[in-house]
Each structure stands twice: as structure tokens, then as C-alpha cells.
Design a protein around this ligand. Structure first.
Ligand code: ADP
Length: 490
């Protein structure tokens, strides 16, 4: 099959979170199964150019219709760790992708509506006719809408799979989106069975468009599919999912075995396997040296992730102090986009600056994240909601025991050592708590601390059980291919 992925991220060249990992990892898996995969991405000024090999002109003069005029774009092609990527660079005063950031601008809806339009225009003009177009999240929700409304005569045989990584961000806009993209026809699109938002009658909803128009819709874990459909985590799209339930399901994300593998990881000084964990102890020492933590017989608890409401920041904050109270060490690597949360953690960092048992690293640092996964003993993921969550799966792979809240994909991947009655003791791999409050977090962390301090052999056994899980792309890759096959013949 010939598959084109259209996305706003692809790790490691463009990565703000899990979306980047998934786009890269799934593409690699599909290729390793013999399919042809290409990616279309925005050409951001701030992406990691050092991860692109052989960047060259692929299509010099791409004119993209926009607001009745046209925007001149160049398309570059390069390899990102073996994946063929096309980067779209618009030349206009809007400076869509020269903002020094991937997201967070006031006109994000226009930026990504333009990107979606430009990606389709590129496929059209360069005569690429993939069997499957796979797009991701709100940023590319308009791709199937435009494809099936405006490009259906030239590209009527293409099929779209749309994956939702986070329902909270849906992409909203008014009629200007219609005039800009050439969809026009206000009264047609402002219908509830098309793009009109389910709650704001004056807004068009990109993600809703993606659900309505795509041939198949997935989200990133089976449990989150249920939560989004039946619970509050669909953020207003539950009814739409209900209407389209026959083409909606959850597929657990995988993690890329080449990128996340303690046996081969080039960012960690000591490689290790589950047969020989010596390297893990050495990485713990290297992590302490790097972050100037004291060398003592203490467990290291880590948090790696965005610092925002979704991730349960109040519990992250509490986990730091509870770890210190229990004589452990805490390492945090996170970045906040919201000013209030950012200020809070900056203050904490200053306050804890001289404490030899804690390090807060505020920012995004891919290399350091690998060393933390390898050097820490446990990783906390106290999310309010978590569509899939990669950090717990990476933690498992690196022998770092996850302590998680039982929501979304965390339910599908972490099984409580003491209480998971659905699994045999030897199949359990971490700790799970339900309520989003301090006492639930504390008592669960206490169970992990007690095991680490009092029964080190048992803790080691738990580490090994976690490392035995296979959360690679092998199985999810197969599931996506089944979906592609299904929609290709419809
Ligand atoms: P998200 O909700 O952000 O997608 P996931 O758990 O699905 O969360 O994926 C997070 C990915 O981003 C993981 O690969 C994690 O290691 C990485 N990550 C998150 N924050 C940082 C950071 N500050 N520095 C480096 N990597 C990070």
C-alpha cells in the first residue's frame, strides 16, 4: 500500500509530545512491513534540522489557493532517520511557520488550515495518489473535509484514516476558515451534521469535521475510546462519536523499538538489558552526576511530560514533596505553556535549588529524557486524563516502575502489583491509583517506596516483569493495516 501521513509533528525533528513519537513510529512500522510511506509536515523554523538528512528541493513552485488569491510555497524533501518527509514552506507575510514555536499562536487555526490545504494541493500537483491518507489531531481535521468536498474529482479514490491524540484541542474557527480554504458555502458547513460545533453555534470545529468526513477514526487507546464516547473526555464530541461509532475505535499506541531501547539507546552512557541490569545502576549514578544530586542509597522518582492541567500538575507538585518526605530523590523534566503553571514551577525550582535530592529541569530536552528513563527507579504519571500516555510505556521498557492514575491508556498498560485481580501476580508491572487526590497518590507511592526500601529483590522482580512487556508497534501496526485494508475496499 502507498500511505501518506499528514501531521504537525514527527519525532525527533518536530516533537512537542506523544504525537511526534506516534507519527514516526507508526510510519517506520508500516515501512518495515513493506508498505510505502511518506510524510507531509510544516517546515517550522525551530525544528531540529540536525535530524534531517539530505534536505533538497522537491517542488519549487507550489501555488496554494488562499482567500481568493494564492500563496507561493516551496516543498523540500529529506530523510528523518530513514523516513521520507516533505516539508512545506509558505512564502507570505503571514509567516505561518516562522514563529519560533510549533503551537500557541493566536492564529493557529489559520496556520494549520493553510497547512492542510497546502498538503492536499501538493498531493494534487505532484500527482501523488496514495491509497491511504492518515492524518492526525485537530491540525489536520480539515484534510478529509477538503479532500471529499473540493478535490473529489481529481482524488476521489483516496481514503482517510483520522487519529485523535487529544480531544481537548479541537481547532475552532468562524466563516473566515471557509473563505480562506475555498470551502465557502457558509450555510452548508454550518450544519450540525457537518462542521458546526456541538456547543458553540457560531464556530466550526475542525476535529468534528475530521470525524464526520474520514473513512475511519481512531483514538490512541481502547479505554480512552470508551471514555471519549461515553464520558466527559470527548470534550463535547461524545455525541458525534456516538453517531459514527461504527467507524470509530481505540488502538493503543506503540513505542519505537529503535528509539526507545536501553540496549541500543545512544543517549545513555551505559546500555543494559533485563538479563543484566548493571548498566541501569550506572545510569542512575550518571544521572545524579549530571544533575548534581547527592550519591546516596535512595530511590529516584521521575516525572517527564508537559506541565499542564491534563497531566495533574497539583499531584506532580505533591509527588515532589512526598518523595522528599520519604527520603527519596525527585527529578522532573517538563515544560509548561501556560504562564501561571510556568511561574509556579519556576518558583519551586528556585525554592528547591539547594536541595541535593531534587532537580527540576524546566524545558524540553530529548537527550536528558533518555537518561532519566534509564536512571530513575519509578516514574509518576498522575494525569487527570491520558488518551494513551507514552511515558509509562517507555518507563516499563527502561525498567522504571510506573506509578499512574487509572485513566485512559494508563488503564490498558499498567497493572497494579498488589490489586490487579484480572492479572496473575507475574503479569503485574506497576502501581495504579484512582482518585485524583493527595491521599490516593501518597498511599500508592508509599507502596512503591516500601517495596524499594524493604524488599529490594521483589522490587527488582517488578522491574523485570515490566521490562518483559512488548509495547512496540508490532501489534498496533497490524491493527492500523487492518483498518487501511477495510477502508481501501469501500
Ligand atoms: P503527550 O500528552 O504530551 O502527548 P505522551 O506521554 O503521549 O504525552 O508523550 C510524551 C512524549 O514527549 C514522550 O516521548 C516524552 O518522553 C516526551 N516529553 C514530554 N515532555 C518532555 C520534555 N520536557 N523533554 C523531553 N521530552 C519530553
Amino acid at each position: 500500500m502507498y500511505i501518506v501521513q499528514i501531521a504537525s509533528e514527527c519525532a525527533p525533528v518536530i516533537k512537542a509530545g506523544g504525537l511526534g513519537d506516534v507519527v514516526y513510529g507508526l510510519s517506520r512500522e508500516l515501512e518495515s512491513r513493506g508498505h510505502a510511506v511518506e510524510l507531509i509536515l510544516p517546515m517550522y523554523d525551530c525544528m531540529r534540522y540536525d535530524h534531517i538528512w539530505g534536505l533538497h528541493d522537491a517542488y519549487r513552485d507550489l501555488w496554494v489557493p488562499w482567500f481568493g488569491g494564492q500563496i507561493h510555497c516551496s516543498v523540500y524533501c529529506g530523510w528523518v532517520h530513514g523516513r521520507v518527509c516533505f516539508f512545506i514552506e509558505p512564502h507570505s507575510g503571514d509567516n505561518f511557520f516562522n514563529r519560533g514555536c510549533y503551537y500557541g499562536c493566536n492564529d493557529d487555526n489559520m496556520r494549520f488550515a493553510f497547512f492542510s490545504k497546502a498538503a492536499l494541493e501538493f498531493l494534487l500537483k505532484s500527482n501523488k495518489r496514495p491509497d491511504i491518507i492518515h492524518c492526525h489531531d485537530w491540525q489536520t481535521g480539515l484534510v478529509p473535509v477538503m479532500l471529499f468536498e473540493n478535490y473529489k474529482y481529481e482524488m476521489g479514490n483516496q481514503r482517510v484514516c483520522y487519529t485523535i491524540h487529544n480531544f481537548k484541542h479541537q481547532g475552532m474557527g468562524g466563516s473566515e476558515i471557509l473563505w480562506a480554504t475555498g470551502l465557502n458555502q457558509e450555510s452548508y458547513y454550518f450544519q450540525y451534521d457537518r462542521l458546526r460545533d456541538n456547543f458553540n453555534p457560531f464556530a466550526l470545529n475542525f476535529m468534528k469535521g475530521g470525524i464526520v468526513y474520514s473513512n475511519y477514526v481512531t483514538t490512541v487507546s481502547p479505554h480512552h475510546a470508551w471514555e471519549a464516547h461515553h464520558g466527559e473526555f470527548g470534550y463535547g464530541l461524545g455525541h458525534t462519536l456516538h453517531l459514527y461509532q461504527s467507524k470509530f475505535r481505540g488502538i493503543l499506541n506503540g513505542i519505537d523499538n529503535d528509539f526507545w531501547n536501553p540496549e541500543t539507546d545512544r543517549y545513555i552512557p551505559y546500555k543494559y538489558t533485563k538479563e543484566n541490569l548493571e548498566g541501569k545502576a550506572k545510569n542512575k549514578k550518571a544521572l545524579r552526576d549530571r544533575l548534581l544530586l547527592r550519591d546516596a542509597d535512595k530511590p529516584i522518582v521521575a516525572y517527564i511530560g508537559r506541565l499542564d492541567d491534563q497531566k495533574g500538575v497539583h499531584l506532580v507538585h505533591h509527588a515532589i514533596y512526598h518523595t522528599l518526605a520519604r527520603g527519596g530523590q525527585f527529578v522532573l523534566l517538563g515544560s509548561a505553556t501556560e504562564a501561571g503553571i510556568n511561574a509556579h514551577f519556576r518558583h519551586e525550582k528556585q525554592f528547591l535549588n539547594d536541595n541535593p535530592d531534587v532537580h527540576l529541569e524546566l524545558g524540553f530536552n530529548e537527550e536528558l529524557s533518555h537518561l532519566i528513563y534509564a536512571g530513575a527507579d519509578t516514574i509518576v504519571v498522575p494525569s487527570n486524563y491520558e488518551p494513551c500516555g507514552l511515558t509509562q510505556m517507555i518507563g516499563l521498557k527502561y525498567g522504571t516502575v510506573p506509578i499512574v492514575r487509572g485513566v485512559g491508556g494508563l488503564v490498558n498498560t499498567v497493572f497494579d502489583r498488589d490489586y490487579d485481580s484480572d492479572r496473575l501476580p507475574e503479569q503485574r508491572n506497576g502501581y495504579v491509583f484512582q482518585e485524583a487526590d493527595y491521599s490516593a497518590l501518597e498511599s500508592t507511592m508509599n507502596r512503591a517506596f516500601d517495596l524499594w526500601y524493604q524488599e529490594p529483590e521483589e522490587f527488582r522482580q517488578l522491574v523485570l516483569q515490566g521490562m518483559s512487556y512488548d509495547y512496540s508497534w508490532n501489534y498496533p501496526g497490524k491493527e492500523y493495516l487492518e483498518i487501511y485494508e477495510l477502508i481501501r475496499h469501500k
